[in-house]
Design a protein around this ligand. Structure first.
Ligand SMILES: [Zn+2]
Length: 301
């Protein structure tokens, strides 16, 4: 309990100490030589936190592998992770249950990605909705900005390793800028620009000159109407689309049926909302590169 003495507002924080356990408790002014705890709301944020922490922190992903982050419900264990974290990295508006846990349980620092990144309305991605498109991690450059912010925040929580956090964020940025250049080069001069995907998770890729058309709309749980499907069938024919993409965390049935009905191929494009058993050995960079190859193949780039 030594670190508690450093808490300037110790009395006010006693309640949360009881809740989260002493081991997980740190105040902003305290150092955390015995382990910084980070709770990251879903996989791309976990990837960034892991890269920037570089072994100086335990990073917990609040969205269990194989789970779909939209409409996540936190378990008591995950709520305790939020309560005990020195830093919670999350995206307000994307996962209401994480927003609630942050408001009600977080005792450490919180970093809201929606404050760091200029999220674009779905409408600007050609989708009929005024909601903000949360899938910003499809743009590697935006993810690099999150890395820099995480480094600053970790340096505040754990000043002893500040230089490492800064260097790790710079390494991450260089990898992500390299990936951005691969996307720019890879998707230049394609025969086709239309890409048919499962749900509207890829709008941020449109800055590379491709146009996304989703079967399921905003949420992977939605059902397409017969009119939606008829419109897509027409589009596939008119635009010479070769491939209908399904994704890894939702059932491929609808996408495969549409591909079958229109006589085109079906393939997987991973929205990288989370890892599965099948992608457990992959990471953000390798999945983004698989997606790029699949897009190049489908669109004749
Ligand atoms: Zn999504």
């Amino acid at each position: 309990m030594k670190r508690l003495a450093a808490a300037s507002a110790g009395a006010a924080l006693l309640g949360s100490v009881v809740l989260s356990g002493c081991a997980a408790f740190t105040d902003d002014s305290a150092t955390s030589a015995d382990g910084v705890q980070v709770a990251a709301a879903f996989y791309p944020l976990q990837y960034v936190a892991d890269r920037v922490a570089g072994g100086h922190a335990d990073v917990e992903n609040l969205t269990a592998p194989g789970g779909e982050p939209h409409d996540l419900e936190l378990t008591p264990k995950e709520t305790a992770d939020v309560a005990g974290a020195d830093l919670v990295l999350y995206q307000r508006g994307f996962q209401p249950s994480v927003d609630d846990a942050v408001d009600e349980n977080a005792t450490g620092d919180t970093l809201d990605v929606a404050d760091l990144v200029d999220l674009v309305p779905f409408r600007d991605h050609g989708v009929d909705s005024d909601e903000l498109d949360p899938h910003f991690w499809q743009d590697p450059v935006l993810l690099a900005d999150v890395g820099d912010a995480v480094a600053k925040q970790l340096a505040k929580v754990d000043p002893d390793h500040a230089d490492d956090y800064t260097a790790n964020a710079a390494d991450l940025r260089s990898d992500l800028e390299q990936l951005d250049q691969e996307y720019q080069a890879g998707l230049t001069g394609c025969e086709r620009s239309t890409v048919v995907v499962s749900h509207d998770a890829f709008g941020y890729l449109q800055r590379y000159g491709i146009t996304m058309e989703a079967i399921l709309g905003l949420s992977p749980d939605a059902e397409p109407t017969p009119a939606d499907l008829a419109r897509l069938e027409k589009l596939i024919q008119e635009d010479g689309v070769t491939t209908v993409f399904s994704e890894s965390l939702v059932s491929p049935e609808t996408a495969e049926q549409l591909a079958h009905d229109t006589g085109v191929t079906s393939a997987v494009l991973d929205p990288i909302e989370g890892l599965t058993d099948e992608t457990a050995d992959e990471d953000y960079l390798s999945l983004m590169r698989s997606n790029l190859s699949a897009l190049e193949e489908a669109n004749g780039c």
